[in-house]
Design a protein around this ligand. Structure first.
Ligand SMILES: [Zn+2]
Ligand SMILES: [Zn+2]
Length: 326
């Protein structure tokens, strides 16, 4: 079948999308052709999102327990830290250094967030910074509307392939490419582990009133769905809602509330101005839990060379008049 025929044949496209759930690097056509295609919601790509959200309704049958709710909240923040500290501040921006072994651990931990592989995440994010709120930006509320920037862009097949040429620094590690290619592997292992953990805890401590299915619903479905929307808020809300300190040419903004739910990523205008530093809250009152945790990790020796905030970030002449202090 010719390339153009493959791209217009809905059956072939749907089949490729299905195979991509198991092998995300499988292609029935040239990725360059795919990337050049216009934005379009792919309904087959919506199925995993629909399952993730529908799974939350399982709570009707499993009910709740303090243990399940507490564990879901804990794993929301433990995995949000992986999104912000590892996928974003390490893989996307390389704002600190680490060993190859800990880099692998960070990619596995991030894999449990069910936001695809570290390499795809870093590629799409670097692309966002290169074209922030311009026409090419994959998730700009200014260009494509709020809903598209929040969730629609992920369903478009043009945004599915990882462009390994844009992340050569990461693509030279075969273990990272493997995790990126088979990006459903860790989420499946995570879900199974949560289920059996719930079974064991339910048997050993019946007073906790929990079990395998209850933990699966609360941790895998509810916590992961919340984690997705919390993260997606930075692509949508943080380019719409909040205050600007720097004239960055894009719509990025700073928001205290978004920083609380994303462990510090809400200082998004700061980040767009100085994306190379590990810290996103530039002042003491700009709470940035991810930075505090990375600082603690650096004391253990697992990570090092945390890139500091450049001194001109505090130069009031470089800040917008309403944001200047003193
Ligand atoms: Zn942004
Ligand atoms: Zn960034």
């Amino acid at each position: 079948m010719s390339e153009s025929a493959a791209s217009t044949n809905p059956l072939s496209r749907s089949l490729t999308l299905l195979i991509n759930w198991f092998d995300s690097d499988f292609r029935s056509e040239d990725p360059a052709v795919l990337r050049a295609r216009p934005d379009k919601i792919e309904w087959v790509r919506c199925v995993p999102f629909a399952i993730l959200h529908a799974g939350c309704l399982g709570v009707i049958w499993t009910g709740w327990s303090w243990f399940a709710v507490g564990f879901a909240i804990f794993l929301y923040f433990a995995r949000m830290f992986a999104v912000t500290g590892f996928f974003h501040r390490y893989f996307s921006h390389r704002t600190f250094s680490t060993s190859r072994a800990w880099q692998f651990v960070m990619a596995v931990w991030g894999g449990a967030c069910v936001q695809r592989g570290a390499l795809w995440w870093a590629y799409t994010h670097r692309h966002h910074h290169a074209h922030s709120d311009e026409k090419e930006d994959k998730h700009s509320p200014r260009q494509h509307g709020f809903l598209w920037s929040h969730i629609g862009w992920i369903t478009s097949s043009k945004n599915f392939p990882t462009d390994y040429r844009r992340i050569k620094d990461l693509a030279r590690f075969p273990e990272l490419v493997f995790l990126n290619r088979f990006d459903t592997l860790i989420p499946i292992v995570f879900a199974v582990a949560i289920f059996f953990f719930g079974l064991v805890v339910g048997r050993l401590f019946p007073q906790l009133k929990t079990g395998g299915f209850q933990l699966l619903v609360w941790v895998f479905f509810i916590s992961t769905t919340a984690l997705f929307h919390g993260t997606a808020c930075i692509n949508s809300m943080a380019h719409v809602w909040g205050r600007k300190r720097y004239a960055t040419g894009d719509d990025s903004r700073n928001s205290f509330i978004l920083s609380l739910i994303t462990l510090g990523e809400g200082w998004h205008n700061n980040h767009h101005r100085h994306m190379g530093c590990v810290r996103q809250g530039f002042y003491w009152w700009e709470i940035d839990i991810t930075y505090y945790l990375l600082k603690v990790l650096s004391w253990t020796g697992l990570i090092w060379d945390l890139r500091p905030v450049p001194s001109d970030a505090y130069d009031s002449e470089k800040q917008l008049p309403h944001a200047r202090r003193g």
